[in-house]
Ligand binder design. Structure first.
Ligand SMILES: [Zn+2]
Ligand SMILES: [Zn+2]
Length: 77
């Protein structure tokens, strides 16, 4: 029988952050059109990055460990 260890997907937290952190999957900022500047100021929408994060839900129960933080998921006796 396999022993449960810390879930690699969520690092044992039991939930995953859905906030988009990958630059390639972030949306181009609508305010500055991806330039990062508004006039001569840093764009307030994206803080100069030119991209905004795509966020739908802050946290989601980890699909891998079903929120237990352990993988494989320990079976109920
Ligand atoms: Zn911007
Ligand atoms: Zn997990």
């Amino acid at each position: 029988m396999e022993e449960s260890a810390r879930c690699p997907e969520c690092n044992g937290k039991g939930w995953v952050d859905l906030r988009c952190t990958k630059p390639e999957s972030a949306d181009v900022c609508q305010l500055c059109n991806g330039t990062g500047v508004l006039g001569e100021k840093t764009c307030t929408g994206c803080h100069g990055t030119g991209r905004i994060e795509v966020r739908t839900v802050d946290q989601m129960k980890c699909w891998k460990c079903e929120g237990t933080g352990l993988y494989p998921v320990p079976e109920e006796p």
